[in-house]
Design a protein around this ligand. Structure first.
Ligand code: ATP
Length: 401
């Protein structure tokens, strides 16, 4: 599927290998609160260690906006990675990322050693793909491996810039796995292929809706974005979330589904409340009404019970399911039922089940279905752009096979 060279196609013995990972993990008081991304990076790192490479890791963390921010240091990641690998990961604490500490640490490396550089976004050039930082990174290594799917939709120094300055630039196992799962699901799915989209806004997913409609058999729309479709059908949606500028777009998509003979499932009933809960997990009084009977002073905050059943039935009869975006305000237990029903149906389905990262991945893990899915993408934005059918610059920059 993926026509790019991978870590299996190169010999790294004795070579300095710079690996761009996605160590953008959530931190609270300096502690890592979810280490999924670290665990997901281990197969590539272990392979390079076993093959005798000098493994130099780099990543961004949060948004330090081009300057050192002590709270966004990768030091806690070095510590936890050392434990996960059962091997010292030497941390090079340079505010300029490639500075005296990094250079000395790399110069002292033996085969199989591991060094972690400081947060790449401490450098202002990083997100602009500026040449100076790309050159600094390239000066440290003989070979570049990109294993950061989460930033593959961006052209930055630490994925795209550096690739163009080294002879050998390949992708790692995580990148390969992401692209194989998402690529196969979209381009070569076992049918029926059901795609589920939710989340807040239609505007964020225009191209995803359009592209998936062409590829799938059934497109399910839930979450906040469903109300713009319901309004496009001429329904009263009360004070529900709406993208008024996208009403014509929704009409076009409904027409397109009909022309292509695709099923487009929208909520037939909806869970409504007077106000959006504040704080988001505060108790909330709800009613479930038919989607064409939302009172003008109420708002839809989750799919209804009949809709949950309808969507779950479609999921259970699928052979491939791709899901991006929650069905309601899942952060509130009263409004998480629709998202829970879809997650449960996916867990029960005899199908390849793929979660497109971000909020949906958080919802599935929070609801305890994480290990029941075939694949949970580590990149929300990147997986969405992939589902739009776009080429990801971080992948395109690697050497072809
Ligand atoms: P990612 O691409 O990271 O997976 P997403 O597409 O799931 O993200 P958003 O588009 O931000 O993310 O949507 C998620 C948010 O939408 C959640 O915080 C959820 O509470 C909110 N949401 C879902 N349904 C509704 C609704 N009916 N009204 C208002 N907000 C909603």
């Amino acid at each position: 599927m993926l026509n790019k060279k991978t870590v299996d196609d190169i010999n790294v013995k004795g070579k300095k290998v710079l690996v761009r990972c996605d160590f953008n993990v959530p931190l609270k008081d300096g502690q890592i609160t979810d280490e999924n991304r670290l665990v997901a990076a281990l197969p590539t790192i272990k392979k390079l260690i076993a093959d005798g490479g000098k493994v130099i890791l780099c990543s961004h963390l949060g948004k330090p906006k081009g300057e050192p921010k002590p709270e966004l240091t990768l030091a806690p990641v070095a510590k936890r990675l050392s434990e996960l690998l059962d091997k010292e990961v030497k941390f090079a604490a340079d505010p300029e990322v490639v500075g005296p500490n990094a250079k000395a640490a790399v110069a002292a490396m033996q085969d199989g050693d591991v060094v972690l550089l400081e947060n790449t976004r401490y450098r202002a050039e990083e997100t602009k793909n500026g040449e100076a930082f790309s050159k600094d990174l390239a000066s440290l290594c003989d070979v570049f491996v990109n294993d950061a799917f989460g930033t593959a939709h961006r052209a930055h120094c630490s994925n795209v810039g550096v690739s163009s300055l080294v002879d050998t630039a390949v992708v790692g196992y995580l990148m390969q796995k992401e692209i194989d799962f998402l690529g196969n699901a979209v381009e070569n799915p076992t049918r029926p292929f059901v795609a589920i989209l939710g989340g807040a806004k239609v505007a964020d997913k225009l191209n995803v809706i359009n592209n998936l409609l062409e590829k799938c058999d059934t497109l399910i729309i839930g979450g906040g974005m469903a109300y713009t479709f319901l309004k496009a059908k001429g329904y009263e949606i009360g004070t529900s979330l709406v993208d008024d500028e996208k009403i014509d777009y929704c009409k076009d998509m409904m027409d397109k589904a009909e022309k292509l003979g695709k099923k487009l499932l929208l909520p037939i009933d909806t869970t409504i409340a007077k106000d959006f809960p504040n704080p988001i997990d505060a108790p909330v009084d709800i009613q479930v009404v038919s989607s064409d009977a939302i009172p003008s002073d109420m708002q839809g905050l989750d799919i209804g019970t009949k809709t949950a059943e309808l969507f779950a039935d479609a999921v259970r009869s699928a052979k491939t399911v791709v899901w991006n975006g929650p069905m309601g305000v899942f952060e509130n237990p009263t409004l998480a039922k629709g998202t829970l029903a879809v997650a449960k149906a996916m867990a029960d389905a005899d199908a390849t089940t793929i979660i497109g990262g971000g909020d949906s991945a958080a919802a599935v893990n929070q609801l305890g279905f994480g290990d029941k899915m075939s694949h949970i993408s580590t990149g929300g934005g990147a997986s969405l752009e992939f589902l739009e059918g776009k080429e990801l610059p971080g992948v395109a920059a690697a050497n072809n096979k």
